[in-house]
Design a protein around this ligand. Structure first.
Ligand code: URA
Length: 435
C-alpha cells in the first residue's frame, strides 16, 4: 500500500478502508511515513471529512497504538470523564471523589495544562508530595481499595495521537470533527473505563465557540464511543466565562475544597453534580434523577470531601491541607484590580483571563515551562454583577513583579461592562445521551 494513494483517495472525498486507516496510523507512529505526507492526508480529512465507520476505525487504531489500561476486573463500574478544556476548570477535583463516593470506580489519567487552559495534574501537584506517577499495580490496587486514583497520562498511552496531535497543531488541522473525536476518544478507550462522560465546552475560553459546533462534536463523540462498546454521554457546557472564581492551580484546589464542603460557586457546583450524576447513571445503571439526588446528599453530607481526603492521602499528600488551606504556598504579590466605571459585568473573555493567569506564572507558554502553583487570579466580580468605581474586580497572585502590569492590562481587556443589567448565563446547554 502507498500513502500517496491514500492521500489521493481522501483528496477526492472517498471513504478510506479499514486497511488504509490502520496502515497510515501504524506506519506513521513507527516513523515510516514522513510528516509532510501525513500533513497532506490530515488536511484532506479536514476538508473532506470522514464517515462514522472511518472515524470509528481511526479511533480504534489510535487507542491500540500503545499501552492500554485493563480495568476489566471492575466490570461495568468504571467511569471516566473528559473535559475538552477550559479556564478555571477544576471539575475533576470534585467530580472524581464524588463519583467514587457514589460507588463508581474512578481510575483516571489526566493531563497537564498548556497555554490558557489548566490541567488536573498541575492542580494536584499543588499538594506537596502528591504522586502523579503510580506503578500499574499501585494504580489498580488503590482503585480497588478506595475507588479512586488519578495519575498523569502514561508515556505510551495512544502514542499515535501524540504524534498526530503535534502535527495537527502546526498544520491548521486541529478543527476537524473526526480528528478531534478520534484523538479524544482514542485516549479514553486506551484509558480503559467502561463509561465515559464528556464535558464539551463552548464559548470564549473553549476551542469550540458556539453551542451548535459543540453539539456536533458531542454527538459524534457519543456515537463513536458507543460504536467502540463504551457507555458514552456528553454535557455541553458554557465556557464563555471562567468556571467558578479561581484561575490558577492551588487557587483552584482551594475552590474545589470549598465546593466539596458545600460552599462552592453555583456554576461549578451545578456542573460537578451533573457530571458525577451522569457517571453514576451510566456506570451503576440508576436513573439520572436518582443519581443526582444521591450525589447532592453525598456532597452536602461531607462524604465526597472525606473521599477526596482519602484519595489525596493515598497518593502521598497531607490531608491537613484540606482542613487548613492556609498551608498552601502563598504569593509574594497579591494585587487588587479596581473598577474604574459603573455598570454591570456583561462579558468576560475566558481565554484572555486564562492568558493573564499564565502571564502571572500559573500556566505554560511552551510545554517545558515551569509553573508557579500559587499564581493566578481570583475573580471578585462575575458576569452579571453590578460594579461601581473602586470595587475590586479581581486579585492577581504572583511572585513575578514584572508580570503584574501586563497581566492587569490583559485582564482589564477581558472584561466588558454594560450600563444595563444583563441576564444570567446558562451553565449547561444540553445533555447528549445518544445520537
Ligand atoms: N483535545 C484533544 O485531546 N484532541 C483534540 O483533537 C482536540 C482537543
Amino acid at each position: 500500500m502507498r500513502i500517496y494513494d491514500v492521500i489521493t483517495k481522501k483528496k477526492h472525498g472517498e471513504a478510506l478502508t479499514e486497511q488504509e486507516i490502520r496502515f497510515f496510523v501504524s506506519e506513521y507512529t513507527a516513523g515510516n511515513i514522513p510528516d509532510y505526507q501525513v500533513s497532506s492526508l490530515l488536511m484532506a480529512i479536514c476538508l473532506k471529512g470522514m464517515n462514522d465507520e472511518e472515524t470509528y476505525i481511526l479511533t480504534d487504531a489510535i487507542a491500540r497504538s500503545g499501552d492500554s489500561v485493563d480495568l476489566s476486573r471492575f466490570g461495568a463500574l468504571t467511569a471516566d470523564k473528559h473535559s475538552t478544556g477550559g479556564v478555571g476548570d477544576k471539575t475533576t477535583l470534585i467530580v472524581a471523589p464524588l463519583a467514587a463516593a457514589l460507588g463508581c470506580k474512578v481510575a483516571k489519567m489526566s493531563g497537564r495544562g498548556l497555554g490558557h487552559t489548566g490541567g488536573t495534574v498541575d492542580k494536584l501537584e499543588s499538594f506537596p508530595g502528591y504522586r502523579v506517577a503510580l506503578s500499574p499495580e499501585e494504580f489498580i490496587s488503590q482503585v480497588e481499595k478506595i475507588g479512586i486514583a488519578v495519575i498523569g497520562q502514561s508515556g505510551n498511552l495512544a502514542p499515535a495521537d501524540k504524534k498526530l496531535y503535534a502535527l495537527r497543531d502546526v498544520t491548521a488541522t486541529v478543527d476537524s470533527i473526526p480528528l478531534i473525536t478520534s484523538s479524544i476518544m482514542g485516549k479514553k478507550l486506551a484509558a480503559g473505563s467502561h463509561s465515559i462522560v464528556l464535558d464539551v465546552k463552548c464559548g470564549s475560553g473553549a476551542f469550540l465557540k458556539t453551542p451548535e459546533d459543540a453539539e456536533i462534536l458531542a454527538k459524534n463523540m457519543v456515537r463513536i464511543g458507543r460504536m467502540c462498546g463504551r457507555n458514552t454521554m456528553a454535557l455541553i457546557t458554557n465556557m464563555d466565562v471562567p468556571l467558578g472564581y479561581a484561575v490558577g492551580n492551588s487557587l483552584e484546589v482551594k475552590e474545589a475544597i470549598a465546593t466539596l464542603k458545600g460552599e462552592g460557586p453555583k456554576d461549578l457546583t451545578e456542573i460537578c453534580l451533573a457530571l458525577a450524576s451522569s457517571m453514576a447513571h451510566l456506570a451503576l445503571g440508576i436513573s439520572f434523577d436518582e443519581a443526582e439526588k444521591r450525589a447532592r446528599e453525598l456532597l452536602y453530607s461531607g462524604a465526597a470531601l472525606r473521599k477526596f481526603k482519602e484519595w489525596i492521602c493515598a497518593q502521598g499528600a497531607d490531608p491537613d491541607y484540606v482542613d487548613n488551606t492556609q498551608m498552601f504556598k502563598g504569593s509574594l504579590y497579591e494585587v487588587p484590580v479596581y473598577a474604574t466605571e459603573q455598570g454591570y459585568v456583561a462579558g468576560m473573555d475566558a481565554e484572555a483571563i486564562g492568558v493573564a493567569a499564565m502571564v502571572l506564572g500559573a500556566g505554560r507558554r511552551t510545554k517545558d515551562d515551569v509553573i508557579d502553583h500559587a499564581a493566578g487570579i481570583v475573580l471578585k466580580k462575575r458576569h452579571g454583577d453590578a460594579v461601581k468605581p473602586n470595587d475590586v474586580l479581581a486579585i492577581l497572585y504572583t511572585d513575578k513583579k514584572d508580570s503584574i502590569a501586563d497581566a492587569e492590562k490583559i485582564f482589564r481587556g477581558a472584561i466588558r461592562f454594560s450600563l444595563d443589567a444583563v441576564a444570567e448565563e446558562k451553565i449547561i446547554y444540553a445533555k447528549v445521551t445518544g445520537a
